[in-house]
Design a protein around this ligand. Structure first.
Ligand SMILES: [Ca+2]
Ligand SMILES: [Ca+2]
Ligand SMILES: [Ca+2]
Ligand SMILES: [Ca+2]
Length: 457
């Protein structure tokens, strides 16, 4: 009892001391100003000159001072300063993002700020290479990916924190170059490559809980680098490699099976990507190996674009530096104006974006920090904003670059371990970027989504 009584007494003294030192705020020098020196006044009167408090270090409430001299008085004394011992915190301060501190005293820390939330989707086996992310019409995500341990095609569907994982195809070595699309009813379809005898280009889609498999290619040594785009007519289109063809094959699914076209080119194609416009006209961006005529043993690797409006394919060389487009992607855009992300792999090892505005081709450097841009994936939002997810090889991090037509903004999304290969990007229904990718350190499939803390008005 004695100890408690002493404690009570000392608490009382502390309280009295705090009250008298912080909130008396009056005029201790009897000049025109209420309290214009650094020390609180000790006369016990709030404002005894009668002039109110007209200096910055005094309190308009007349009974409290501005301890940190930021022009706002402590909320304890009826002011608006939610932290009167830090002059960088007051109602007119700028909110500093993601430090869990409410700089502008509106009651919410980090309001208006964006941040990336990151999670592991699948940890079984060695999963996440060849990840392909798509958004269903009702706003649910799907991810098709490869299990390199079981050599299976896997599929996850859901939203952040809530995924359902299945194995659509397990027979043989299946799932490399997995490429996912949703039709307008929300049915997922996946194109993938199966190497070896009996291999080729394949397609599977889900009816109810059953995944039905179709073979797309008919020859041998076909199907590598397969990429899928879902048409507005709910029929998928794919491009894939034909080892014996200098060029690529383009296949369209119809009610009576797959229709295949051969597209010949000058030079062999390696990495490539497909997109459709709203009329289902295809754009293909590809790395093409060119033989340099002055030396039969020297090749160059250029970026080439192929377009078709249903007639003959038009081929155009876009970047003819000695070695570009080890990684390349093309965004689906309704207006048919292609946007392409690709790397320069010879000297700079940088990431670029190129686009066609209907008259000219344009190019912008998205990132030039060390060796960067690998596994890039591009998407264009309805308002025209372009996003690219990619891997920074030097830093072993997952990166995201955004281009609004004027400025480029680069963000680190995940740097926990060696992460960010095999990226795939989409914008969700709210316009936030979301990325599926491979975590090399833990051999897992991961998912990141950028979210915004609501702005307090
Ligand atoms: Ca203050
Ligand atoms: Ca303050
Ligand atoms: Ca705030
Ligand atoms: Ca803050």
């Amino acid at each position: 009892m004695k100890a408690l009584a002493n404690l009570f007494l000392s608490l009382l003294l502390v309280t009295l001391f705090l009250f008298s030192s912080a909130c008396d705020g009056g005029d201790d020098d009897d000049d025109a100003n209420a309290d214009d020196d650094a020390s609180p006044d000790d006369d016990g009167a709030a404002d005894d000159d009668g002039a109110g408090d007209d200096d910055a270090s005094d309190d308009d409430a007349g009974d409290c001072w501005d301890e940190d001299e930021d022009g706002y008085n402590d909320v304890i004394c009826g002011g608006e300063d939610c932290n009167d011992s830090d002059p960088s915190i007051h109602p007119e301060a700028e909110e500093i993002c993601i430090d869990d501190i409410d700089q502008d005293c509106d009651g919410t820390a980090d309001d208006g700020c964006t941040y990336w939330k990151v999670e592991t989707v699948d940890i079984s086996g060695n999963v996440g290479q060849h990840a392909s992310l798509a958004l269903s019409p009702d706003g649910v995500f799907g991810i098709a990916y490869y299990d390199a341990a079981a050599k299976d095609l896997k599929y996850a569907q859901g939203t952040f924190g809530d995924w359902e994982i299945t194995t659509p195809v397990a027979e043989g070595d299946v799932g490399q170059y997995a490429s996912l699309g949703f039709d307008s009813t929300g049915k997922p379809g996946i194109a993938y490559y199966k190497p070896g005898s009996g291999g080729g280009a394949f397609y599977t889609d889900r009816s109810g809980s059953v995944w039905k498999v179709e073979k797309i290619s008919v020859g041998v040594l076909q199907g590598k680098y397969i990429d899928l785009a879902m048409g507005t007519d709910d029929q998928p289109r794919v491009i894939y490699d034909d080892y014996f063809l200098s060029g690529f094959r383009y296949a369209t699914r119809t009610n009576s099976g797959w229709q295949r076209e051969e597209i010949d080119t000058v030079g062999f194609l390696f990495n490539r990507a497909l997109a459709l416009d709203s009329y289902n006209r295809p754009t293909v961006a590809a790395q093409v190996r060119r033989l340099i005529d002055y030396d039969p043993d020297i090749y160059e690797y250029h970026l080439v674009v192929f377009l078709s409006d249903g007639g003959p394919w038009i081929e155009g060389e876009l970047d003819a530096r000695p070695h570009v487009a080890d990684y390349v992607d093309v965004a689906s855009t309704p207006d048919g104006l292609p946007w392409i992300s690709y790397t320069e792999d010879h000297t700079n090892k940088d990431l670029y974006c190129a686009w066609w505005d209907g008259v000219d081709w344009w190019q912008v450097t998205l990132d030039e920090e060390f060796s960067t841009g690998q596994y890039n994936s591009i998407a264009r939002r309805d308002d025209g904003l372009v996003g690219v997810s990619y891997y920074n090889e030097s830093l072993a991090t997952l990166m995201y670059a955004e281009f609004d037509g004027v400025q480029v903004k680069v963000e680190t999304v995940d740097n926990q371990g060696e992460v960010g290969q095999h990226t795939s990007l989409v914008f969700d229904q709210s316009g936030n970027p979301a990325i599926a990718y491979y975590d090399f350190s833990s051999k897992t499939l991961k998912f990141a989504e950028r979210v915004q803390i609501e702005e307090v008005e």
